[in-house]
Design a protein around this ligand. Structure first.
Ligand SMILES: Cc1cc2nc3c(=O)[nH]c(=O)nc-3n(C[C@H](O)[C@H](O)[C@H](O)COP(=O)(O)OP(=O)(O)OC[C@H]3O[C@@H](n4cnc5c(N)ncnc54)[C@H](O)[C@@H]3O)c2cc1C
Length: 460
């Protein structure tokens, strides 16, 4: 813990356009609170930054006081950060501008913008961005980690479509970063995470999509083996215009969960097809043969896609984690169901496997540090953790699942689906990590900027 008194930090407020919040101030709990409510963030201070100049002054102050700075948008992936007592938490929600350039099919957004805002603004021009399943995930954090959307198999990772950024680096300088300016930094922020600078503005490509054929089919959890086996086989047959996932769901019997899901255990397949209804229906026939209890597939405007995955509508106490699989052969499915299938007392609200490949496959798309996912499926599981007992039980199940799947785990993990401290995990091959460490040394050699999945300066 750094010996820094609020008295020293308080000077920072005089230089900010935004707001400094210190422990005990009104607004302290709101300022330090992450989307991920199970994480009790206790930083040295919170800065609600309004501009790149605010970020510069925060970094300068941190450097002077021997503190670090952790940029954070929604706090969806706050858990791996760890104790923050030597860190200023730099919240970005006040940097909320969204600009759509319909002619160039580009969006330019402030660091605090969440996907719902881009989706709404872009849809007004018949365009869509590569947002994930949840409307309230931060655009910048999601994109820095890769960005796996409902269009992932046709368009690749969201990070591959970043065209420029405004980045404040460790010494406080504000840089315009794109293919011509600071190309190594531009490479690093596309998939390499948030270690290299504080992004205040991000510019990225949009696509002319306004409607898709999308939906989910649900069966009782007891049918998990038959359904997931059929879905796995089906994924081998679908074109890149179809992105899908198979999942196990266990809904608690509480009022907040609407019927027909309340208290139920289900196995589901969700998919988005950029196809016409009849073509998509033909494609879906092998899944429908299994007679789902509910089938919601229909032409769907992109503005409704955030409803498909049933993500929590707001901040939630939860624990989650993920890994990637080289494949899902029968043995792997059996191992997965052994931990979390029917008859098991698994405290997981969701266990999902997302189908990768297509434009996500290595070599299929151009981009930066992480431009592809070298795996066949990305798995993510999470459980609700209202108390310490639940937190322990969910984490024990996440551990058991990760251990059971070891024989089929890919060499790399996916940053965005990693919600626990990732000691020993690789997010990229060693040569890519080495290059990222060089970039970190160039742009933040003192390691002031603290990311949830940190890259350290080479030689540190
Ligand atoms: C319900 C739910 C649904 C999800 N769905 C998907 C999905 O469909 N696809 C997918 O790919 N992922 C998904 N995720 C994972 C999500 O993309 C990651 O948790 C991501 O890190 C969230 O970004 P954030 O900015 O909202 O979170 P934060 O916790 O605010 O940020 C995460 C990290 O990003 C970095 N960062 C954020 N802002 C900045 C900035 N301005 N400058 C520099 N670094 C910054 C920091 O290192 C920070 O620690 C989901 C997560 C949840 C909980």
């Amino acid at each position: 813990m750094t010996d820094t008194s609020p008295h020293e930090l308080v000077q920072l407020a005089r230089h900010l356009d935004g707001v400094l919040v210190l422990p005990g101030d009104q607004g302290w709990d709101a300022g330090r609170s992450a989307w991920q409510l199970a994480v009790d963030q206790r930083p040295a201070a919170v800065v609600l930054a309004r501009s790149a100049a605010d970020v510069t002054v925060t970094l300068d102050t941190a450097r002077t006081l021997g503190l670090r700075v952790a940029p954070q948008s929604s706090g969806h992936n706050a858990a791996p950060l760890g104790p923050l007592d030597d860190t200023i938490l730099l919240r970005t929600s006040e940097m909320a501008q969204v600009h759509i350039d319909a002619g160039r099919r580009r969006a330019r957004v402030g660091a605090g913008v969440v996907w719902a805002e881009v989706t709404e603004a872009a849809a007004g021009h018949g365009l869509a961005g590569l947002g994930g399943t949840a409307a309230d995930v931060g655009v910048v954090g999601y994109t820095l980690g890769g960005g796996l959307s409902w269009f992932a198999r046709s368009h690749g990772l969201a990070a591959n479509h970043v065209t420029a950024a405004t980045v404040v680096i460790g010494d406080g300088r504000v840089l315009r970063v794109d293919a011509e300016h600071e190309p190594e930094l531009f490479w690093a922020i596309r998939g390499g995470g948030g270690s290299f600078g504080v992004i205040t503005e991000l510019e990225f490509g949009l696509f002319p999509v306004s409607q898709v054929y999308a939906g989910a089919m649900y069966w009782p959890l007891e049918r998990a083996e038959a359904v997931l086996t059929r879905w796995r086989d089906w994924t081998a047959t679908v074109p890149d215009t179809v992105t899908s996932l198979g999942r196990l769901l266990r809904f608690p019997p509480v009022e907040e969960i609407p019927e027909p899901f309340r208290g139920r255990g289900l196995v589901a397949v969700e998919a988005v097809a950029q196809l016409g209804p009849s073509q998509a229906d033909d494609l879906l026939a092998p899944l429908r043969e299994l007679a789902p209890e509910m089938d919601t597939f229909a032409p769907t405007p992109v503005t409704d896609l955030h409803l498909l995955h049933l993500d929590p509508p707001g901040p939630t106490p939860a624990a989650g984690d993920g890994f990637q699989l080289t494949g899902l052969p029968d043995g792997a499915l059996a191992a997965l169901l052994e931990v979390a299938g029917p008859g098991r007392d698994a405290p997981l609200l969701t266990l999902e496997a997302r189908h990768l490949g297509g434009a996500l496959a290595p070599g299929a798309s151009e981009g930066g540090a992480v431009s592809s996912l070298d795996a066949a499926f990305a798995v993510f599981s999470a459980g609700i953790t209202p108390d310490a007992g639940a937190f322990g039980a969910v984490n024990a199940t996440l551990d058991a699942l990760a251990a059971a799947m070891t024989p089929w785990r890919a060499a790399t993990s996916y940053r965005n689906f990693t919600e626990r401290r990732a000691e020993g995990l690789a997010f990229e091959p060693a040569h890519v990590l080495g290059r990222l460490q060089e970039v970190k040394k160039t742009y933040d050699p003192l390691d002031i900027i603290r990311a949830n999945h940190p890259v350290r300066p080479i030689g540190s």
